[in-house]
Design a protein around this ligand. Structure first.
Ligand SMILES: [Zn+2]
Length: 216
């Protein structure tokens, strides 16, 4: 079962992804992690990717898609794809490659939250330096007092992400609306099983709803 997780920055995708992967044994496929792994292992794709990154260029979609599809395994395996596709062109190329490899998207989870809430979440947020779990700051000094609650992080400190400043938050939300949100309708038109998840709720409640749609 291949599941795609879509949603704007601040919707809580990372938190839900972690719950899905931990509770139901899904393989977590994020393009950032995948690129790092391929480059580290010096695989053929990793070397190609590295040559682009060394020049300060983005790795072309076709290589990213190749990596994603390769890591899916067979149709019986359970995968969660986070952070891809980010636009229609990537969605189309991914589809083509999936068909070639006799693979398919089984489910798209679309998490939605209104802009006002996203802006408030992202502007008062810090993340664990190790696991990226977000923490809401009630006042700025709290950043020195809070440490990560996850046992595997061993009290890691939290920091504000560079792109969580107001200008960059506004830009990320508008990029999402212009480029990524159309992907939601693209999948609806293709008759891919897509569910809209109201993500302006407590995270356990969201996870309970998501769980109803997953193969567990
Ligand atoms: Zn942590």
């Amino acid at each position: 079962m291949n599941v795609i997780l879509l949603g704007p920055p601040g919707a809580g995708k990372g938190t839900q992804a972690r719950k899905i992967v931990d509770s139901y044994d899904y393989e977590y496929i994020s393009t950032g992690d995948m690129l790092r792994k391929e480059v580290q292992s010096e695989s053929e794709l990793g070397q190609i990717a590295k040559s682009y990154m060394n020049n300060g260029d983005l790795v072309p979609d076709k290589y990213i898609i190749e990596m994603i599809v390769t890591s899916l395994g067979d149709l019986d395996s359970k995968n969660l794809i986070d952070g891809f596709p980010r636009n229609i062109s990537q969605a189309e190329s991914l589809d083509k490659k999936l068909i070639e490899n006799k693979q398919e998207i089984s489910l798209v989870l679309h998490m939605y939250v209104e802009d006002k809430e996203l802006i408030s979440r992202l502007s008062n947020r810090a993340v664990c330096v190790s696991c990226q779990t977000p923490y809401k700051l009630k006042f700025p000094d709290e950043i020195n007092e809070i440490t990560c609650i996850n046992s595997y992080c061993d009290n890691s400190s939290i920091k504000i992400r560079e792109d969580d400043n107001p200008e960059s938050v506004a830009r990320r939300i508008s990029v999402y609306k212009e480029d990524t949100f159309p992907v939601v309708n693209y999948y609806k038109d293709l008759d891919v099983n897509l569910v809209d998840i109201n993500a302006h709720r407590p995270e356990d409640e969201i996870f309970q709803e998501i769980s109803k749609f997953l193969e567990v």
